[in-house]
Design a protein around this ligand. Structure first.
Ligand SMILES: Cc1cc2nc3c(=O)[nH]c(=O)nc-3n(C[C@H](O)[C@H](O)[C@H](O)COP(=O)(O)OP(=O)(O)OC[C@H]3O[C@@H](n4cnc5c(N)ncnc54)[C@H](O)[C@@H]3O)c2cc1C
Length: 246
């Protein structure tokens, strides 16, 4: 297979998803269909030649041809995410390479298996690509998303997720707020823990495939919990975004 080349993508749209999160839509001259879950590498080059590179998951479904959406959280003191948020405008070009990654990817062949998605913060991004693609396919496999955010305003793709949950009886959205919950909230109001995972696995009549993505600590604790419940490693897919929790 040919080596994936760097290319210049043109920023056609920037969507402010939350106060700390923006989606950058890039039009790509050499667009390649991706699997939901895959990512692109993004490289910035300074005038003096200094380069820095980071990975960003693809948020869009592969049916969105010719372009990709990258949804990026601004990390405090973050070198690349800070620049993307402060310095990039519509019409700018960004150097990217992808799609990359074959392991953390949902294949159409999995569409008849129940699906348990667990995300923390921007860890929702590759899970959203799975949900968008699954919805376009019209898959009806029982699917549950357990999504942890700090506060209601940190909910990425909130309206889209809630609409999906309303329209698709096979999809269940379960939110947990780790810091501040909405007024009158009767759902979870803590970090994802073992008893929450156990509770959310219970409704599945058949063992689901699980995709877990977010801060390293969250991913490891959920994967360990699933393993303790008896999930074999072959049905637990993990992607770690960064070093911190909360
Ligand atoms: C496969 C893959 C896919 C990814 N997809 C996405 C995505 O879709 N959206 C997205 O926003 N990020 C994603 N990330 C994380 C992204 O690659 C960067 O790590 C992130 O944007 C921080 O880069 P930075 O240059 O801004 O921060 P840096 O300058 O690298 O780090 C600044 C400080 O923040 C800490 N830090 C670094 N990353 C994180 C983090 N994720 N959370 C909390 N603290 C952090 C560092 O330890 C350091 O102290 C992905 C990572 C991987 C490996």
């Amino acid at each position: 297979m040919a080596r994936i080349q760097w290319q210049l993508g043109k920023v056609t749209t920037i969507i402010q998803e939350t106060p700390r999160v923006k989606t950058f839509r890039l039009q790509l001259p050499q667009w390649i269909p991706h699997l939901p879950g895959q990512h692109y590498d993004l490289r910035l080059t300074a005038e003096d030649g200094y380069q820095a590179e980071r990975s960003y998951s693809i948020a869009s479904a592969p049916e969105q041809t010719g372009e990709i959406d990258l949804t990026i959280e601004r990390i405090d003191d973050g070198e690349i995410s800070g620049y993307l948020h402060e310095g990039v405008r519509v019409g700018d070009q960004l150097e990217v390479r992808g799609p990359i990654g074959g392991y953390f990817a949902w294949h159409d062949g999995m569409a008849d298996r129940p699906l348990f998605l667990v995300g923390g913060g921007s860890g929702i991004v590759p899970l959203m690509a799975i949900l968008r693609h699954r919805s376009i396919l019209g898959a009806t496999n029982p699917t549950r998303l357990l999504y942890s955010v700090r506060t209601p305003e940190d909910l990425i793709y909130g309206t889209e997720l809630q609409n999906l949950a309303r329209q698709d009886p096979s999809f269940e959205l379960v939110l947990t707020f780790t810091r501040q919950a909405p007024p009158d909230w009767s759902g979870y109001h803590r970090r994802i823990d073992g008893s929450m995972v156990e509770q959310e696995i219970r409704p599945f009549s058949e063992q689901p495939i699980s995709f877990i993505c977010g801060p390293t600590q969250l991913v490891e604790s959920v994967a360990n919990e699933l393993a303790a419940i008896g999930f074999p490693p072959s049905v637990i897919y993990t992607e770690r975004f960064g070093p911190t929790g909360s």
